[in-house]
Design a protein around this ligand. Structure first.
Ligand code: AMP
Length: 443
């Protein structure tokens, strides 16, 4: 590849200035492939996940094309439309549009559900160059006549697989039916299930295909360990892991919203201020939690998979899977929250006997075994070993005098959850990270 600067890719001066202000020196692989092709006006099928630089890969060329011979949009008109599955991702993309387009004089807005529609209706009434939206609210406003899509020149579907998971596929089809036939269309997805391939076949015309699979790279940079523990023992372990001073900024994942609330409560009580973020939380509560996590006023965020999708917070030192995801791809997405922007990271998974099949699927996908640092792998529940002397996963493990909270002997090569103040080797590479002070718990 000879082109290795944004300038060489054909990016215009006002955007180059904005990228420079962000310290983007070298385009990422997806940017190298996507930017010139999209500037040429081609459709694109992108197989990539967050963390690859894909937002800039599609935002920069869209902004540039819209800025050439720019005419102010008419009332309720949308020139470029970016659809995202979650509010968080939509807001994040909108922030990227603000950043990259800051010297272009382009108007954009973001519309998401869960908040009052009036300010959104007002913003749309003037027309926008770029609209970033979640599908449900957009369709709602379009049906009310607050937005007109028949002059939209560009469509981006970001994280299409997640949109499918979240049941947005019908809304998306309805939105697409309102767009003009003649347009540039882009579809990005981390995975390509048949339904997404079908959708891509319908909406894209002769698309350029870019595929960036950072999985191996990402996974390789992250220290991945597993703790085998049942029921209440998981909570003890979690608190003890959190007591380790190297755990500076952590996202803890659960499978359910209820469990996310519970874990945040447990941490709070143990002196680790934490907030939960999930689909039942109001938009304001989610933004507040994310803001507090970003600015360091809390160092633990508890999240479900969907709420966490697309969260881009720098310097996350640890990801803890309090519960393993039932889709192995989600494990890769989860742990990708750490080890961003060239930093190393640590991913710790707490696994009980019911989750062993999930663990097996994960290890198959990432083609490596997680390092066991605590407990022993129980037999998967489906096929219990005959005459097995393994513990009953439904009951807490028999306590060997000192209780469950002591890690198994000889198994503490990696993380030391028992508050060891010595040098812990689970610490990510700090060479380019600022050390943050742990916030004091409010009295
Ligand atoms: P994304 O995959 O779009 O979520 O981007 C992941 C992270 O990489 C974001 O924090 C971006 O700000 C950052 N980023 C994107 N492109 C570049 C680049 N060329 N150089 C440095 N950082 C970048």
């Amino acid at each position: 590849m000879t082109e290795s600067t944004f300038d060489a890719l054909g990016v215009a001066e006002p955007i180059l200035r904005a990228l420079k202000a962000e310290d983007y020196v070298t385009p990422t692989p997806i940017q190298l492939q996507a930017i010139p092709t999209l500037l040429d006006g081609r459709d694109m099928l992108g197989i990539a996940q967050t963390g690859t630089g894909k937002t800039a890969a599609f935002t920069v060329p869209i902004l540039q094309r819209l800025s050439v011979g720019h005419e102010a949009p008419r009332s309720r008109e949308v020139k470029g439309l970016i659809l995202a599955p979650t509010r968080e991702l939509a807001i994040q993309i909108s922030e990227s549009v603000s950043t990259y387009g800051q010297f272009l004089g382009i108007r954009h807005t973001v519309i998401v559900g869960g908040v009052n529609q009036n300010p959104q209706v007002k913003a749309l009434s003037k027309g926008v160059d770029v609209l970033i939206a979640t599908p449900g609210r957009l369709l709602d406003l379009a049906n009310q006549g607050h937005v007109v899509l028949d002059n939209t020149q560009t469509l981006v579907l970001d994280e299409a697989d997640r949109m499918l998971d979240m049941g947005f596929i019908h809304d998306i089809r309805k939105i697409i039916s309102k767009l003009p036939e003649e347009r540039q269309s882009l579809l990005f997805s981390a995975t390509m299930p048949p339904e997404i391939a079908k959708l891509a076949g319908k909406i894209l015309k002769d698309p350029a295909r870019v595929e960036i699979t950072p999985k191996v790279v990402t996974v390789d940079r992250i220290l991945q360990q597993v703790f085998f523990a049942e029921g209440p023992e998981k909570k003890d372990l979690l608190v003890r892991i959190m007591d380790d001073p190297s755990v500076e900024k952590v996202i803890i994942f659960t499978r359910t919203k209820h469990r996310a609330n519970r874990v945040a409560q447990i941490l709070d009580r143990a002196g680790h201020p934490a907030l939960a973020i999930h689909g039942n939380k109001s938009q304001n509560a989610r933004q507040k939690a994310l803001g507090a996590f970003k600015d360091g006023s809390i160092h633990a965020l508890v999240a479900t998979d969907i709420a966490a999708r697309g969260i881009d917070v720098d310097e996350v030192t640890h990801v803890i899977n309090f519960e393993l995801p039932n889709e192995p791809e989600s494990y890769v997405h989860r742990i990708g929250r750490t080890a961003r922007a060239g930093a190393d990271g640590v991913a710790l998974s707490l696994c009980d006997a019911t989750e062993v099949p999930y663990l097996n699927d994960i290890e198959k996908l990432i083609k490596k075994q997680l390092e066991v640092v605590y407990g022993e792998k129980p037999a998967a529940q489906k096929k219990p070993a005959r005459n097995s002397r393994r513990p009953n996963p439904r009951r807490p493990q028999a306590k060997s005098g000192k209780g469950p909270s002591k890690p198994a002997k000889g198994k503490t090569q990696g993380h030391r959850p028992n508050g060891d103040k010595g040098k812990s080797n689970n610490r990510p590479n700090k060479s380019n990270q600022k050390r943050r002070r742990r916030p004091k718990r409010a009295a």
